[in-house]
Write a protein that binds this ligand. Structure first.
Ligand SMILES: NC(=O)c1ccc[n+]([C@@H]2O[C@H](COP(=O)([O-])OP(=O)(O)OC[C@H]3O[C@@H](n4cnc5c(N)ncnc54)[C@H](OP(=O)(O)O)[C@@H]3O)[C@@H](O)[C@H]2O)c1
Length: 305
């Protein structure tokens, strides 16, 4: 039976991996009390205790704006800890699967990024994630680095839940229309990761960096409009939701600069492993239908929050 270690089991992706990877073997999820990525000894001990065949690292310092004020911690968790995980994986001959981000790019290219394009992160979070990628590559064990984007789920704070809440509470919400990305449901990302691991016999000689996110892309404003439209459609309630107004990033300043258009091509992972995620719109529909089906009247009733 394969043993699969999943640090970050409380996060959006980690939580979904616990289910998606279960058919492949024994999944050992770890929270930060069991593996603290800011503590080298804790990382080494957790891996040595678990003796996994595969590590899928879903833990990370993911609060993009907070990384600007806590750069040392962001770098420790995103930049240094992956090296330690990679060293421990290599020592026991395990495969390391690690998530990175489209924020390693500056987003200024006027075409989709390929994995061969040169990263140039514009914020601390992106720099720390790039450092983590490079550290894993330098260790040189078996690894896959999956650059994903705009992840949402029913957990934690994320764009979809925020828009759904604001759309019930307000008459109008303003959303930036000059940042583009591929929104990814954490469940689809976890399923695609499981698909990849089913093909691990193909890994030798094919490790490295891959883009893995939904097909298609949208601006934040288009994504927000789609969230509200889909909610109206699925609930059958057309009134009472906020309208969504496009604004520029300059009108909505945040501590961390965002890349403008870091849209990634997903051709490589499709070509090499025949793995791809569905269109972002269909995932969003599944996600919202899931929320509505599991009720929570508050989530689907405009003006009642
Ligand atoms: N979310 C996105 O839009 C996005 C986009 C591109 C790439 N990614 C990457 O995808 C991966 C998963 O992201 P996600 O969206 O699932 O993140 P998330 O929901 O914010 O979850 C992050 C996880 O990391 C854990 N964590 C944070 N600091 C830790 C520490 N010092 N030691 C141990 N665990 C720690 C958190 O534990 P607690 O629950 O205790 O805080 C949580 O389980 C990350 O590598 C992220 O960089 C995410």
């Amino acid at each position: 039976m394969l043993r699969i270690l999943v640090p970050g089991k409380t996060g959006k992706v980690g939580r979904e991996l616990l289910g998606a990877l279960a058919p492949l073997g024994t999944v050992i999820g770890l929270d930060r009390t069991q593996m603290d990525l800011a503590d080298e000894g804790s990382i080494r001990k957790a891996v040595r205790d678990a003796k996994p065949d595969i590590i899928v690292n879903a833990a990370g310092f993911t609060i993009v704006d907070r990384a600007e004020s806590e750069p040392d911690l962001a770098m420790q968790v995103n930049g240094v800890a992956p090296r330690i995980l990679a060293e421990e994986s290599k020592r026991i001959g395990a495969i390391l699967v690690h998530y990175s981000t489209d924020y390693v790019y500056d987003g200024e290219l006027n075409r989709h990024y390929t994995e061969d394009d040169v990263p140039n992160p514009v914020n601390i979070y992106g720099k720390s994630k790039l450092a983590g990628e490079r550290a894993i590559e330098a260790v040189g064990g078996a690894h896959l680095i999956l650059r994903t984007s705009w992840v949402y789920s029913t957990r934690g704070s994320n764009f979809v839940l925020t828009i759904l809440r604001l759309a019930r509470e307000k008459a109008e919400i303003s959303v930036v229309n000059d940042q583009t990305g591929s929104p990814a449901w954490a469940r689809s990302l976890a399923q695609a990761t499981a698909d990849l691991l089913r093909k691990r016999n193909l890994f030798p000689g094919r490790g490295g960096i891959y883009h893995l996110s939904s097909a298609g892309h949208a601006t934040r404003h288009e994504f927000a409009e789609a969230i509200v439209r889909t909610m109206k459609d699925i609930t059958g309630r057309s009134d009472g939701w906020a309208s969504v107004k496009p604004i520029t990033s300059a009108e909505y300043p945040l501590p961390a600069k965002r890349p403008r258009n870091p849209v990634t091509s997903k051709d490589k992972i499709k070509r090499v492993f025949s793995v791809e995620m569905p269109q972002w719109e269909s995932q969003l529909r599944f996600f919202i239908a899931d929320i509505v089906a599991s009720d929570s009247r508050a989530a689907v009733t405009p003006g009642k929050a």
